[in-house]
Design a binder for this molecule. Structure first.
Ligand code: IP8
Length: 272
C-alpha cells in the first residue's frame, strides 16, 4: 500500500457507519433515519471544529440480503448469470437509495458532501482492490467525500464481487495523509464484547488487539462480507498506521467527539 501523495497539516477523521446502525438488517430496505441524523450532527460538529471528515457506510438490508440470495460475493455463476446481472443492478440501485438517505441527512445537518461510488473508481475486492483514493483527500472546507460497500468489477474470472466498506476503511485509513482517528460505528453494541453480545454476562472489551483472538458470533444470516469479525480484523490493520482506532456504539455517536478530544470513551480501542 502506498500513501496518496498529497500532504497537509490538518487532522482527518474516517468514520464507517455500519449497515447494522443505519438500517434494520432483518427488514429489506429499512433505513433508520434517526440513527443517521444523530451521526450527521456529530459530523457537523467535527467539521465545524476544523476536522477533515471522510465517511464510508455499509449496506445492511439494502445490500446483504439480495447479494446473499444471488451469491454476488462469489462472482459469476454460469447457471444464474442472467439473474445475477439483474441482481447487481438492484443492489446498486438500493445502495444508491441508502446513500441518498445518508446524503440528505448530512445536508439537513448543514454538511455538504459528495458521493464517490466504488463501482466508478474501484476494481477488485478485499484490501488489495485497485483504485485511486486521491479524490478522498480534501480540506475541511471542501464537501465531505462519502463512499460505501458496493458491487464492483473484478479483473479476474470472477467478473464481479462485493467490495466491503470495511476494506475501503483500511485503505483510506492507511493511505490518506493526516488520519488521526478511524471509528467503526456499530448498531446496538458498545464495541467488541468478550462473548457474543446476546449473552447476558458479556462485557465490553475496552481494548483489543488481534493477538487476543475473538469469540464473536458471525451474523451468517445477513452479512455477505463478514460482520464483526471483518470489522475487528480491518480495524487491527488500520491500527498499524493510525493512532486512534475504535469500535463504537453508533447509536451514541457523540462518543466520536470523545475519541477526537482524547477523553475517556466507552468503546473498544483497537491496539496494534
Ligand atoms: O456492509 C457490503 O458492504 P459492507 C456491500 O460495508 C454490499 O460490508 C453491496 C453488500
Amino acid at each position: 500500500m502506498h500513501p496518496v501523495a498529497i500532504s497537509s497539516r490538518m487532522s482527518r477523521v474516517v468514520l464507517k457507519l455500519g449497515g447494522g446502525l443505519i438500517t434494520d438488517k432483518s427488514r429489506y430496505r429499512h433505513v433508520r433515519t434517526d440513527r443517521i441524523d444523530a451521526v450527521s450532527s456529530v459530523v457537523r460538529e467535527l467539521r465545524d471544529s476544523g476536522q477533515s471528515v471522510v465517511l464510508v457506510h455499509g449496506a445492511g438490508s439494502f445490500g446483504h440480503l439480495e447479494a446473499r440470495k444471488w451469491g454476488l460475493a462469489d462472482g459469476i455463476d454460469d447457471e444464474s448469470h442472467e439473474s445475477q446481472i439483474r441482481a447487481i443492478s438492484r443492489v446498486r440501485a438500493d445502495m444508491d437509495d441508502l446513500n441518498r438517505a445518508v446524503i440528505e441527512s448530512l445536508s439537513r445537518a448543514g454538511v455538504d458532501c459528495e458521493t464517490l461510488p466504488p463501482r466508478d473508481w474501484a476494481i477488485g475486492v478485499g484490501t488489495e482492490f485497485e483504485g485511486d483514493l486521491g479524490g478522498f483527500v480534501r480540506d475541511p472546507d471542501e464537501p465531505i467525500p462519502v463512499t460505501f460497500g458496493d458491487v464492483v468489477d473484478t479483473s479476474d474470472g470472477s467478473k464481479f464481487g462485493i467490495l466491503s466498506g470495511d476494506h475501503i476503511m483500511v485503505r483510506l485509513g492507511c493511505e490518506m495523509p493526516d488520519v488521526t482517528a478511524c471509528a467503526f460505528l456499530l448498531g446496538d453494541v458498545d464495541g467488541l464484547m468478550d462473548k457474543p453480545p446476546g449473552e447476558l454476562d458479556s462485557t465490553l472489551l475496552r481494548t483489543w488487539s488481534s493477538e487476543q483472538g475473538f469469540s464473536g458470533s458471525h451474523d451468517l444470516d445477513h452479512d455477505v462480507t463478514g460482520g464483526i469479525l471483518l470489522k475487528a480484523g480491518c480495524a487491527s490493520e488500520i491500527a498499524r498506521c493510525v493512532e486512534q482506532v475504535w469500535l463504537l456504539n453508533g447509536a451514541v455517536p457523540r462518543r466520536v467527539l470523545g475519541v477526537v478530544s482524547h477523553s475517556d470513551v466507552v468503546g473498544t480501542r483497537i491496539l496494534h
